[in-house]
Design a protein around this ligand. Structure first.
Ligand SMILES: C[S@@+](CC[C@H](N)C(=O)[O-])C[C@H]1O[C@@H](n2cnc3c(N)ncnc32)[C@H](O)[C@@H]1O
Length: 209
């Protein structure tokens, strides 16, 4: 099982974000394997770059690009007054969340700036403008049905045959978390287009047949 170098793992653990280590290691393993297709690896949901570090390192190893998409204004549950709000990522001038500066600091500290293409925008709009095949799609964006469905419908058509689809925050039991990522995971399986490769806590790794 490929594991990130100690300095990459340390940068990941030091970064602000929402990806636990066990799931991060599973994400890294899936990204390294997908790199063999020689196609870009794409993430929806950059936040402050925690998971991006792992995709960037996997992309560097494979000689492909890591692309990460976020509007950097935060998901619903990250807004002021909600459970996952962090006041240190609010832009005081405009009074809105802006995780782009923290993301850029994360990548700079990890020495990975040259290996990531960061796209600032809304996932469905970026997906609609996207023109090439992808070897890997990691969905970790908005967790409402509207956003998770938009990510699934927008990005899976770009996934090459044999490409990897990873979905984060899949909770079969509603007591553990929101159901939108679980619903797109079920939809992917029901489509018959994907087979499941692994499940690590709330991270699911699927492969396009
Ligand atoms: C759970 S966080 C991502 C966590 C990150 N992957 C990590 O490892 O810490 C979700 C991110 O998705 C972004 N987001 C939510 N809905 C989006 C959309 N429709 N388009 C682009 N970004 C979106 C939010 O701004 C937020 O930064």
């Amino acid at each position: 099982m490929p594991t990130p170098k100690p300095e990459i793992l340390a940068a990941f653990e030091a970064a602000k974000g929402f990806m636990p280590v066990r799931e991060g290691l599973a994400l890294y393993e899936a990204a390294v394997a997908a790199g063999a297709l020689g196609l870009p690896l794409l993430e929806v949901g950059t936040y402050c770059g925690r998971s991006t570090i792992l995709l960037a390192d996997a992309a560097r190893e494979a000689g492909v690009a890591a692309i990460t998409v976020d509007h950097h204004r935060g998901s619903e549950e990250q807004q002021p007054g909600w459970e996952y709000h962090d006041p240190t990522v609010v832009d005081p001038e405009v009074g809105l969340m802006d995780t782009l500066p923290a993301f850029r600091r994360t990548l700079h500290r990890a020495g990975l700036e040259d290996h990531v293409i960061a796209i600032v925008g809304r996932s469905p709009q970026v997906a609609a403008a996207w023109g090439g095949p992808l070897g890997f799609v990691f969905i970790d964006g908005g967790h409402t049905d509207e956003h998770a469905t938009g990510d699934y419908e927008g990005w899976t058509p770009h996934l090459a045959q044999g490409g990897t689809l990873v979905i984060h925050d899949v909770f079969p039991d509603p007591a553990d978390g929101g159901q939108a990522p679980y619903r797109i995971y079920l939809r992917a399986l029901a489509s018959g287009d994907f087979e499941e490769l692994s499940a690590t806590d709330s991270l699911r790794v699927l492969r396009r047949r």
